[in-house]
Design a protein around this ligand. Structure first.
Ligand code: NDP
Length: 322
């Protein structure tokens, strides 16, 4: 089978196509024949060495496909099941062995590409809006990179929950995409000061929560536009990691709450995984949640997919098709 391997952390050129035998599922695992694999920013961090993995490794944390065979003790899925998963590395490949407990059986009305596009960013949007800072009607929210893969889905879920949503985007085209996802106002933060604009929109009061995936360039300024006892949910770092801060600064800014969450800690049990994935896939099936697949690439073009994602050229989801 073909797979992408990284032997040395570095640039997109380190994503090398190699041949390897099809693996056998161990106890508790399933072998999945991958139909579509999702590209996520976390794949960039592992490729570049910001997040550590034992070398060599196959990137990719999300896919959909068909169960080919199962290992000892697996009863959750069986060969022939259409499934999807997130948070298990190695999906830039034609086949992957995956812990069966991470697999979700797909509803009939959800295709492989849709599922591969929905799992990781969809469940992320779900935990941020339903658990990290559970939104209610009347809440005011700022979503950075609101036209991005995770951003567009957070905007939609925040609207489903009745919040007023302000978004940021890197250019006018992306601003229009964020608007069409439901954002009430979108700030082009490459030319406008988002803090000034958000203060205007909120009459100087600030927002209840910021969902910040951009990090270095947005984090500190964000702390100035959160209402007292509001929350900064810093869940990514597309512009680079945030420098260390003195926790005391949260006090004069309004006794703020700061969290740095990740999906794995919000899918601690199979029940939690099935709740989040079930909601996301059902909402896609009913049309309540709209995905935007920006581009699909053959597996061999994984380096190009990473260049496009890091180059801020994308709005929505990128997929690799093995
Ligand atoms: P996106 O589709 O959001 O792509 C990144 C976007 O970030 C760009 O399109 C760009 O949008 C914006 N951006 C701002 N500054 C920069 C910069 N200097 N370089 C590159 N991009 C920049 O990616 P994802 O949805 O896959 O991921 C977004 C972030 O969320 C990542 O940091 C990722 O790791 C994180 N994440 C965290 C999860 C968690 O559970 N903690 C789960 C999922 C994702 P624009 O041009 O509009 O500014």
């Amino acid at each position: 089978m073909k797979l992408i391997q990284v032997s040395t952390p570095g640039g997109p050129e380190e994503l090398k196509l190699v041949d390897a035998p099809i693996p056998s599922p161990g106890p508790g695992e399933a072998l999945v024949k991958i139909a579509a694999t999702g590209v996520n920013y976390i794949d960039v961090y592992f490729r570049a060495g910001l997040y550590k993995a034992e070398l060599p490794f196959t990137p990719g944390n999300e896919a959909a496909g068909v169960v080919e065979s199962v290992g000892e003790g697996v009863t959750i899925v069986k060969p022939g099941d259409r499934v999807a998963y997130a948070m298990h590395r190695g999906s830039y490949a034609e086949y992957a062995t995956v812990p069966a407990s991470t697999l979700v059986v797909l509803p009939e009305n959800v295709g492989f590409e849709t599922a591969a596009a929905a799992m990781l960013q969809g469940m992320t949007a779900h935990y941020l809006t339903h658990s990290t800072f559970p939104l209610q009607p009347g809440h005011k929210v700022l979503v950075h990179a609101a036209a991005g893969g995770a951003g567009r889905l957070i905007v939609q879920m925040a609207k489903m929950l009745g919040a007023t949503v302000y978004g940021t985007a890197g250019n006018d085209e992306k601003a229009a995409i964020a608007k069409s996802a439901g954002a009430d106002e979108v700030i082009v933060y490459t030319r406008e000061d988002f803090a000034v604009e958000v203060k205007k929109f909120t009459g100087g009061k600030g927002v209840d929560v910021i969902y910040d995936s951009v990090g270095a360039t947005t984090f500190l300024k964000g702390l100035d536009i959160i209402r007292p006892r509001g929350m900064m949910a810093l869940f990514g770092q597309s512009s680079g990691p945030v420098a260390p801060i003195d926790p005391n600064i949260l006090n004069p800014k309004g006794s703020l709450f700061l969290t740095r969450p990740s999906l794995a800690h919000y899918c601690l049990t199979r029940e939690e995984l099935l709740w989040r994935a079930g909601d996301v896939l059902r909402w896609i099936g009913t049309g309540q949640l709209q995905l935007r697949i920006d581009k699909t690439y053959p597996l061999t073009d994984a380096p190009q997919a990473h260049c496009d994602l890091e180059g801020r050229k994308t709005a929505g989801k990128l997929l690799l098709i093995p």
